[in-house]
Design a protein around this ligand. Structure first.
Ligand code: SF4
Ligand code: SF4
Length: 239
């Protein structure tokens, strides 16, 4: 979770290079009190798409890569699922997962809060070091990822960690009224992404949600397998 102030600092830095709509700026720094949650079920994932109700405008997103690679310039944390560990062990040329973890990963812990509710999730997972000598106290602080090249390409694509495929979505599992787990997703507003825009309808984002539903669903299943097999831990706390 990022505080309002650090989001503001990130947005101010972003605004030096990109035009940020004043309404979107205010919303991200917490100055709008009319943000409402719209739920759209796409491909088995419940997307929470915020709306500025006074303006009747949805907050939508599209990625501006390759003109932008700010999320890789200001990477906060790269948690690894069990699948990521297997892929990256091979990609980075290690003979064993143990050796990969020893050299390339560290343990990180953080809290996530569900977008429009009170469920706080504490997660601990192995994370890929974003720089070779990454230290514990740098967990969650923005760093330029060592795999990003000068042209904005990722040196370990397509074997990059699952979490890199999802930004700027955040996702979580919630039980429905029959006790069945359902995947939910929403945007995380860290102040680092210039791809948000306002629109009167959801039409323009539907293809994006369709594309991301599959990735988000698979990622949540991979996180579940990871914690089930004790590669990481999740605790749910209702606040
Ligand atoms: S910061 Fe946003 S727009 Fe830029 S590359 Fe990342 S997701 Fe795309
Ligand atoms: S691993 Fe690749 S996609 Fe992920 S943050 Fe690093 S450069 Fe970006």
């Amino acid at each position: 979770m990022q505080s309002g102030n650090s989001v503001k600092e990130s947005l101010d830095a972003l605004a030096k290079k990109w035009d940020i709509d004043p309404k979107l700026y205010d919303m991200q720094v917490g100055l709008r009190d009319d943000v409402i949650d719209n739920q759209v079920n796409v491909g088995g994932v419940v997307f929470h798409v915020p709306m500025l109700s006074r303006d009747s405008l949805y907050i939508l997103w599209k990625c501006l890569w390759p003109d932008c690679h700010n999320c890789c310039e200001r990477q906060g944390r790269l948690p690894l699922t069990k699948d990521d560990i297997a892929l990256l062990t091979k990609k980075l040329g290690y003979d064993s997962k143990v050796e990969f973890v020893k050299q390339e990963a560290r343990i990180s812990s953080w809290q996530e809060q569900e977008a429009f509710g009170s469920i706080i999730t504490t997660l601990s997972m192995l994370s890929l070091k974003r720089k070779k000598d990454e230290r514990e106290e740098e967990d969650g602080t923005p760093l330029r990822c060592r795999f990003l090249d000068d042209k904005g390409y990722c040196g370990i694509h397509p074997d990059k960690p699952g979490v890199c495929w999802l930004y700027p979505f955040a996702s979580w599992l919630e039980s429905d009224r029959h006790g069945k787990p359902v995947v939910h997703a929403t945007f995380q507003f860290t102040g680092d992404c210039p791809g948000f825009y306002l629109d009167k309808s959801l039409d323009n984002i539907m293809p994006v949600l369709q594309e991301y539903a599959q990735k988000i669903y698979s990622y949540n299943m991979a996180v579940q397998r990871t914690t089930r097999e004790n590669y990481g831990f999740i605790n749910f706390v209702s606040g």
